[in-house]
Design a protein around this ligand. Structure first.
Ligand code: ADP
Length: 367
């Protein structure tokens, strides 16, 4: 099972020989080599061996099991003499809603009444699985819409063979749908790229000033077509550790949204500043704003406040989830302030890389 390799392991701890039971070295070696936390119980249920990671689950105290479900499993094994398996959910800590999803296997060993308990933590695998399932369901729906439209439009073109005006109209719509498909595929590629690399481990230093300028440059055409001025305000130098490509992608998405969800002739302000060891990039618009009830959901994949408007602007519903991933991947976060009818401000925060010079602000008008 490949996923088992992802479970983080510490060196196992032979806690056991103490209670008079001698553990065969081969058994200890075997347990140590398995990607699971493990416990060995002697015939009286005293713990004679455990891996250090067991402590995370708070299943034991003073060399005995204290978890009822686990004790029941052990009893069932003692009664039947056969291996038992169960899934268990345990809280990750005293606060919060996080849970460990555990697969527990209890096996009788030899004739001395010894029992081995193997605990596989599949929380991460389940979380990824849930995301994958949810993503596949959503993506199929999102792909079906433009593909369905293309199919209907191509039929319409065939039926309008002697009406050149209608053909042009249908062809234009086909082009728009094809562009939407291309955008969707590009964002899916962006999103999947974000999920595999850890930008903090690459060791790249990102010049945030240049990254913000480049992201703004990429939006020049759409800003011009909507007569929106994008105004930058950046210090001389701000550096973070991470991926330049990802940061540009995220800032670009925020500016592009600010433009798309604003009336013509308004202003989008992009500011980079440093405060208390944190670099902050904010993108403010004078646009339609976001209803309070949607604020919590806009960073979800495919969530849109107004699907029709998002489609009309070529939106895919993936932009903000990419922004959120980029922020999290860099050890930062993203937040939003918005008032319907007044505008929105999105703020990304990144921890600074060491040795940043004191910033001085200057304003730059984007082309
Ligand atoms: P989309 O591709 O639909 O723009 P996003 O993930 O980028 O998808 O954004 C999700 C939704 O959040 C959008 O559909 C829109 O309803 C809302 N939204 C995002 N940015 C803004 C903004 N600057 N002003 C108003 N609404 C916004």
């Amino acid at each position: 099972m490949a996923w088992l390799n992802r479970v983080k392991r510490e060196a196992p701890e032979v806690a056991g020989q103490a209670s008079g039971t001698t553990l065969p070295a081969s058994l200890v070696d075997l347990l140590a080599s398995i990607d699971a936390e493990s416990l060995l119980l002697a015939s009286g249920d005293a713990i004679i061996y455990s891996t250090p990671g067991i402590a995370t689950f708070q299943l034991t105290r003073d060399r005995f099991l204290i978890n009822n479900s686990l004790m029941n499993l052990v009893r069932a094994v003692r009664r039947s003499g056969e291996q038992q398996e169960a899934t268990m959910e345990l809280p990750r800590g005293p606060i919060g809603e996080g849970m460990h999803d555990l697969l527990v296997r209890v096996t009788p060993i030899g004739d001395d009444g010894m029992i081995a308990i193997l605990i596989f933590d599949d929380s991460e695998m389940r979380r990824l699985d849930a995301i994958r399932r949810d993503f596949v369901a959503n993506i199929s729906h999102e792909l079906k819409t433009p593909i369905g439209a293309l199919s209907i439009l191509s039929e319409a073109v065939l039926g309008a063979a002697d009406d050149p005006e209608a053909i042009t109209r249908f062809a234009n719509r086909m082009q728009a749908e094809a562009q939407r498909l291309t955008g969707l595929v590009q964002e899916i590629i962006d999103l999947s790229r974000l999920q595999d690399g850890d930008p903090l481990k690459s060791g790249e230093v990102v010049d945030l000033v240049l990254a913000v300028k480049e992201a703004a440059d990429q939006t020049t055409l759409s800003a011009e077509s909507r007569k929106i001025s994008v105004v930058l305000s950046v210090p001389d130098q701000v550096e973070i550790a991470g991926s330049r490509e990802q940061v540009i992608m995220a800032v670009h998405n925020l500016i592009e949204n600010a433009i798309n969800y604003s009336p013509e002739g308004t202003r989008v302000a992009v500011a980079l500043r440093v405060q208390d060891g944190i670099a902050e990039i904010s993108v403010s618009d004078q646009g339609i704003g976001i209803p309070e009830s949607s604020l919590e959901r806009i960073f979800e994949r495919f969530y849109r406040v107004d699907a029709a408007r998002s489609r009309a602007t070529g939106g895919t519903g993936l932009g903000l989830s990419i922004v959120k991933h980029v922020a999290t991947n860099h050890g930062g976060d993203v937040s939003v302030w918005s008032v319907e009818g007044a505008g929105s401000t999105f703020t990304m925060r990144f921890p600074l890389s060491p040795n940043n010079p004191q910033p001085t602000l200057k304003a730059v008008e984007a082309k």
